[in-house]
Design a protein around this ligand. Structure first.
Ligand code: ZN
Length: 529
C-alpha cells in the first residue's frame, strides 16, 4: 500500500521551542527532504511573515526532483470575501502546486473562538477550498481539532469535512491538534471517516501524550493514506509526530511503501543532518536513528547479538542507515571487548589471557569513574598499551600552574612543564585564558622536537562533570576532552579530586595515544624515556 509522506518541519516544526531556521536553513532542509524521497514538504505560512514569503520565492530555484512543495494557511477570515483575503492571496502568490489550509471542525472553536455561527464556518471552508481549486491547486484540508470536535459534536465535524470535500479538497487530513488522542480511538474514528469519504484521508498528530507515532500508525492501519509529521518530531509543545519513526514502522513493520527501502537507508544520516541545521542534536536514545538505538552493553546481550542479531535487535540497523555498537564498560563481558577489538582492527593481537587482563583493567577504571564508553581514545590507548608493553614514550618530571588576574586584565594561567624524553629533559612555559589551553601548549612544545607530528592533534571540546557527590564520598571530577587529528576524532578522559589533574591526565592520554599510533605506523624502535 502506498502511503504519502508529508513533512512539516519547516512549518509546524519551527513552532517548537528553541527551533529557529533561516531561509537558507529551510532551503537546505527542503533539499535533504527531497533527496530522502518525502512526497510533500510544507515550507511555511506565506501570509504570516516575510521569511516564509522569501522561502517560497527561492524554493522555485530548488526544483525538487520528487517532492511537492506546500504552502500553509487558514480559511478566509469571516469579514473578507475570499478574493479580498490577504492570507488566501499570499497562498496563491506562493506559487506552489499544493496548498494546505486549516479550518475549524470543533463547534466550540467556531462559536467561542471565531465568534461566528456554525453555518458561516462551513461557508469559510467551502469558499476557500473552492477558490484554491479554481487556481488549480492541490488542496489538503487540515481538519483542526478533528478528534475533539468529532467527540463533542460528530454531525457538525462531519459537515465540515463534507464542505471541504464537495468544494474539491483532495486530502481530508484529520488533526489531533491538542495531542490527547489514543490509538484505539483514532483508529475507530479514521475507520468511520474512511467509510464515509472517498479519496485520501490524512493524519496529523501531536506528541502531548507521547502517542503521536502510535496514533499515526493506528490511523494508517485504519485506512489513512497520508501521514504528516516532522523528521525528529520537532514542533509545538511536545512536538509533532516523529515522521522518521513512522516511516520506518510503515516500511519495515506494515510493509507499506513510503520513501522505499533504498532511501530508507539514508534515514539516520538525514535526521542527524537536520538536527545539525536545527541545532538540536538527535538524542542518543531516539528510536531507529539515535546513536544508542542499536548499542549493546550487557555482556549477555552482546554475546547473543554476536551469534544472531535478531536476539536483541527488532530490525537490522543498516535498514535505516544506523550502526550496531557494542559498548565496553563495567557491565561488559569478554564478547563486548572482542567485538571492539575486531572493529578497531586489533583482533588477533591479544590472546585470551591478555583479553581477560584488559577487561579487568577496564572494569577497574570504570569503577574509578572513567567513562570509557565515551572516551574511545582512552580505551584505545589501554588496548595499545597492553599490546605493546615495552613502549615508553616520555615521563612527566613536573608540571606547575599559576593562575591570576592583574588589575583590569582578564584571568590568565601560566603553565610550566618538564618532560623526560629519551633521557633528556625538555621544559616549556605557556600562558592561556584556560589552564587546559596553557598545559596543552606546553605539552606540544616539549614533544614537538622529538615527535613533530604531535602538532596535528587539536583539542575541539572539553567537558567537566562532578562525580561522587553522595554523603561521605569524596567529590571527584571527570574531564572528557574531544580531539581531532587528520580528520580522525577521539575522546580521552581523566578523573581526579582536582580538576587540573583530571584535565592533565586527559591531555596526556591524548598525546600518548597519538604517539602510540604514529610510532606503530612508522615502525620506529620502541623507546625508553
Ligand atoms: Zn500541528
Amino acid at each position: 500500500m502506498r502511503i504519502y509522506t508529508f513533512d512539516t518541519t519547516l512549518r509546524d516544526g519551527t513552532q517548537g521551542e528553541g527551533i529557529s531556521l533561516s531561509v537558507e536553513d529551510k532551503l537546505t532542509i527542503a533539499q535533504k527532504l527531497d533527496e530522502l524521497g518525502i512526497d510533500y514538504i510544507e515550507g511555511g505560512w506565506p501570509g504570516s511573515n516575510p521569511k516564509d514569503k522569501e522561502f517560497f520565492i527561492r524554493v522555485r530555484d530548488l526544483k525538487p526532483e520528487h517532492a511537492r512543495v506546500v504552502a500553509f494557511g487558514s480559511t478566509r477570515l469571516a469579514k473578507n470575501t475570499v478574493e479580498q483575503d490577504a492570507n488566501v492571496r499570499a497562498l496563491i502568490e506562493a506559487d506552489t502546486p499544493v496548498v494546505a489550509i486549516f479550518g475549524k471542525t470543533w463547534d466550540l472553536h467556531v462559536t467561542r473562538g471565531l465568534g461566528i455561527d456554525l453555518d458561516e464556518n462551513l461557508k469559510l471552508i467551502s469558499d476557500t477550498v473552492g477558490y484554491l481549486r479554481n487556481h488549480e491547486k492541490e488542496v489538503v484540508f487540515d481538519a483542526e481539532h478533528f478528534f475533539d470536535g468529532y467527540a463533542a459534536n460528530p454531525s457538525y465535524a462531519l459537515r465540515t469535512l463534507e464542505a471541504a470535500k464537495k468544494s474539491g479538497a483532495q486530502v481530508l487530513c484529520l488533526c489531533d491538534t491538542n495531542g490527547g488522542g489514543r490509538p484505539s480511538r483514532i483508529g475507530e474514528v479514521v475507520t468511520e471517516i474512511r467509510r464515509r469519504f472517498d479519496g485520501v484521508i490524512g493524519i496529523h498528530t501531536h506528541n502531548d501524550s507521547e502517542l503521536a507515532v502510535a496514533n499515526s500508525v493506528a490511523a494508517v492501519e485504519a485506512g489513512a493514506a497520508m501521514v504528516q509529521g516532522c523528521l525528529n518530531g520537532y514542533g509545538e509543545r511536545c512536538g509533532n509526530a516523529n515522521l522518521a519513526s513512522i516511516i520506518a514502522i510503515l516500511e519495515l513493520r506494515l510493509g507499506c511503501e513510503t520513501i522505499g527501502r533504498e532511501k530508507l537507508t539514508h534515514l539516520s544520516s538525514v535526521c542527524r543532518f537536520i538536527g545539525d541545521i536545527a541545532n538540536v542534536a538527535v538524542p542518543n536514545s531516539q528510536p531507529f536513528v539515535g546513536k544508542s538505538a542499536f548499542a549493546h552493553k550487557g555482556g549477555i546481550h552482546v554475546s547473543a547479538v554476536l551469534k544472531d542479531p535478531a536476539t536483541y535487535e527488532h530490525i537490522a540497523p543498516e535498514s535505516v542507515g544506523n550502526l550496531r555498537r557494542v559498548l565496553v564498560s563495567d557491565l561488559a563481558g569478554r564478547a563486548n571487548l572482542v567485538y571492539q577489538l575486531r572493529q578497531k582492527g586489533f583482533s588477533g593481537h591479544l590472546d585470551e589471557n591478555a583479553q581477560r587482563e584488559l577487561l579487568a583493567r577496564i572494569k577497574q577504571m570504570e569503577h574509578e569513574g572513567h567513562d570509557l564508553e565515551s572516551a574511545d581514545g582512552s580505551l584505545e590507548l589501554l588496548v595499545r598499551s597492553v599490546m605493546r608493553p615495552g613502549v615508553h614514550l616520555f615521563d612527566v618530571v613536573r608540571y606547575q600552574l599559576i593562575t591570576g588576574a592583574d588589575g583590569s586584565n582578564p584571568l590568565q594561567t601560566t603553565a610550566t612543564i618538564t618532560l623526560r624524553i629519551q633521557g633528556r629533559e625538555h621544559s616549556a612555559t605557556a600562558s592561556d585564558k584556560s589552564p587546559v589551553g596553557a598545559l596543552n601548549s606546553c605539552l606540544q612544545t616539549c614533544l614537538e622536537s622529538r615527535y613533530p607530528q604531535v602538532k596535528d592533534v587539536h583539542l575541539t571540546d572539553y567537558k567537566v562533570r562532578l562525580l561522587g557527590t553522595r554523603e561521605g564520598e569524596e567529590a571527584r571530577v571527570r574531564v572528557l576532552i574531544n580531539w581531532n587529528a587528520n580528520h580522525e576524532k577521539w575522546s580521552t578522559v581523566g578523573v581526579s579530586r582536582s580538576v587540573v589533574e583530571a584535565s592533565w591526565n586527559a591531555l596526556l592520554e591524548a598525546v600518548r595515544l597519538q604517539l602510540m599510533r604514529l610510532t606503530e605506523k612508522a615502525g620506529s624502535v620502541e623507546t625508553t624515556a
